[in-house]
Structures are given as C-alpha cells and as structure tokens.
Design a binder for this molecule. Structure first.
Ligand SMILES: NC(=O)c1ccc[n+]([C@@H]2O[C@H](COP(=O)([O-])OP(=O)(O)OC[C@H]3O[C@@H](n4cnc5c(N)ncnc54)[C@H](OP(=O)(O)O)[C@@H]3O)[C@@H](O)[C@H]2O)c1
Length: 338
C-alpha cells in the first residue's frame, strides 16, 4: 500500500524519458487509468493524485474509461498544488463510435479533464464500431465495420486538425498492425508520434515493436503486468500471466521486488513506455525504474519468454460471422479483407 510515510517524492531527474520524433520528452512510465469495471472513478482519481505526489507526471486517460471527470478534478488539484501544466503528460483517446466527431470528442475530454490542451490524443481502435461499455466478448454490433483505410484517414485528418488548432500537441494510433501503419505513414500529413499496443513479457510483439521504432514512432505498452485485474469477459483459458512466470519470479526474488516490478523494469529497459494501472502499488512501479536495473543476462532471459499471448483480443470488433479474433490483427501480414 502507498502509506503516507513512504510517499517521499521520487527524484524526477531519475525517471527515464523518451524523446519523440518532435524532440519533445515524454516520461517513460505512465499511470494507466482504466478501472477495469471494478475500481471506481473516485478510486482512480485518488490514485492519480497520490501518483502525482510520488512523482508520476504521465497519465494515460480515455473517454471510454468513464472517469475523465473525476480524473480531471485530480489533475486540477495537482496543478493547484504546484505541478506546472508543462510538467504533465496527459493522453486521452477517441472512442470507436466517434470516428466522425473527433473535434467534438476531444473538446469533451478537454472539458472533463479540465485542460486547455492534451499532450497526446490517440485513435483508441482502428475499428469504428459502437458496442455498449461492459458488453460480453460474444456481443456483436450489427453495424460493425472492418478497417477501411479511407475512413481511417478521414478520422486522421481531423486528428491533424486538432494539432493545427492547438488542442493537442501530438497524435497517435493504438491497436494497429504493421500493414495498417504502413498505409497511415504513407498518407499522413502529421505522422503518429506513438503507437499504444499490448506489451508484456508474454506478448512482446517483436515485429511491430521493431517497425514502430524504425519509423520514429514511440511504442507505449499497455497491460505491462499482464492485466491481472482485467474483467472476466477479457479472459480465456489459454491466457498466461507474466507475473507467474518462474523466470520473472526468480529475477524478482533476486532484486527483492514484486514480479510486476520486473515486468516494468524490463519494459523501460527494452525501450517501450509502460503505463501500469494501479491504485495500491503505483509508487513501487515508478520507483523500480530509478534503481537496480536488470542485467543484460536478465533482459535476455526475459526476451525468451515471449508466448505470443495476446490478452486483449478485441472480439467485439469482429464484423462478420465465421471470423476469429486473429482476423483483427492481420496475422498474414496483409490487412484482413472486408
Ligand atoms: N490502448 C488500449 O487499447 C488499452 C487497452 C488496455 C489498457 N490500456 C491502458 O493500459 C493501462 C494498463 O493496463 P491494465 O490496467 O489492463 O493492466 P496492467 O497495468 O498490466 O495491470 C494492472 C493490475 O496490476 C496490479 N498491479 C499493478 N502494479 C502492481 C504491483 N507492483 N504489484 C502487484 N500488483 C500490481 C493492479 O492492482 P493494484 O491496483 O491493486 O495495484 C491492477 O490490478 C490501462 O489502465 C489503460 O490506461 C490501453
């Protein structure tokens, strides 16, 4: 638990930063804010405040998390307590049923978060599909659509306009694949600064990781601990837990930290920006990247643990009968045809 006496701030200079293609720095660890249906907006907002006290400056928000109003009150409080706006890195995301109302959605997030601008705004998923929050993975929208590049670029043009308007500093993608990103990079006036993607020791996405890095796109890694608190609907019997991996447990024992901290150290040392969610352990998750790095041997041992185990499969985005979730991820290297 984050007890008061343990809350001495972590030296900001010790927290690694990522340099984006624009030259701007982004803290290399952020706090996730998706309460996974069981952590209330008030609890998340409390964690945001507490995390800022211990030294977090990067917060990963989204309209669909249903808590931007509560998080916004915390962000205002944090600034009232002396953290300057320019020291914060605030991300929000466009939800799937708003691909044709980017500017209105962004303005709503800005109002809810009580901000004049966002540091980063992401297209949350490349599929423009409505589905009810909290719906089961077997739920299908009758209006579900596949990825249609022309439609995505219409959305992206509005994302670019947000930058022109000064409402957001950077724009990025999330849940993309190499073939989709190739088209976006070809056609974008303002290229994605980041791609947010699932990344943890059991799902390392080496090909996509390499592609984004080579193309000047910073990888932000979600579910960095393997999302042990994710909703039941997002679990399948095949899923594995990186924090239960014997290799991770042994490395954690050696360093005297929780296996979750090993996942975060690995993420930062590999070069991605993890955004662990936590209402109880956020201090440990930031502190662990400021001291006692993993050795080269430990990094290599973790590199061999990849099980290609995607946890967030996205089944609700399937757009026609007879498909499996693999169709969403362009496994053949080509965009799955409509
Ligand atoms: N772009 C996207 O499509 C997308 C998709 C999914 C997630 N995300 C973002 O990524 C964030 C992180 O993903 P996630 O929340 O699914 O999973 P996660 O960060 O891998 O796991 C969070 C869980 O781990 C526990 N935990 C955290 N640190 C711990 C520690 N040091 N020791 C023990 N347990 C620890 C937390 O419990 P406690 O609260 O008890 O510490 C929580 O239950 C989300 O909050 C969201 O911001 C983005």
């Amino acid at each position: 638990m984050n007890q008061t006496h343990e809350n001495a701030p972590i030296d900001p200079a010790a927290i690694p930063q990522r340099k984006l293609a624009s030259g701007t720095l982004m803290p290399a660890v952020g706090l996730g804010t998706f309460g996974s249906d069981h952590v209330t907006p008030a609890q998340v907002a409390e964690a945001v405040k507490g995390a800022a006290v211990v030294g977090y400056r990067h917060f990963d928000c989204a309209s669909v998390y249903g808590n931007e109003v509560a998080v916004g009150a915390s962000l205002e409080q944090i600034q009232r307590d002396g953290v300057k706006r320019e020291e914060l890195w605030i991300t929000s995301k466009l939800w799937n049923d708003k691909h044709d109302d980017v500017i209105g959605s962004c303005r709503q997030s800005l109002e809810d978060l009580r901000l004049k601008y966002l540091d980063l705004y992401l297209v949350h998923w490349p599929f423009p599909n409505f589905h009810a929050p909290g719906c089961d993975v077997t739920s299908r929208s009758p209006d579900a659509k596949p990825y249609i590049h022309e439609s995505y670029m219409k959305t992206w043009r509005q994302m670019e306009e947000l930058v022109d308007m000064g409402l957001v500093r950077h724009i990025g993608t999330s849940n993309m694949t190499v073939p989709k990103l190739k088209l976006v990079l070809r056609d974008a006036r303002i290229k994605p600064a980041v791609n947010e993607m699932e990344l943890h020791p059991h799902f390392q996405q080496p090909e996509l990781f390499k592609f984004v890095v080579e193309n000047g796109i910073q990888p932000i890694g979600y579910c960095p601990i393997g999302s042990p608190g994710r909703p039941e609907r997002d679990r399948t019997p095949e899923d594995t837990a990186p924090t239960e991996d014997p290799v991770i447990i042994e490395i954690a024992r050696r360093h005297g930290v929780h296996p979750a901290a090993v996942c975060i150290k690995w993420a930062v040392q590999r070069g991605q920006t993890p955004i662990p969610f936590s209402v109880h352990n956020y201090r440990a998750n930031l502190e662990c990247v400021t001291r006692d790095p993993l050795t080269d041997e430990e990094m290599q041992a973790i590199a061999t643990l990849d099980r290609n185990c995607r946890l967030i499969k996205g089944q609700v985005f399937l757009w026609k009968d007879g498909q499996t979730w693999e169709d969403l991820w362009d496994m053949s290297g080509e965009i799955t045809p409509p």
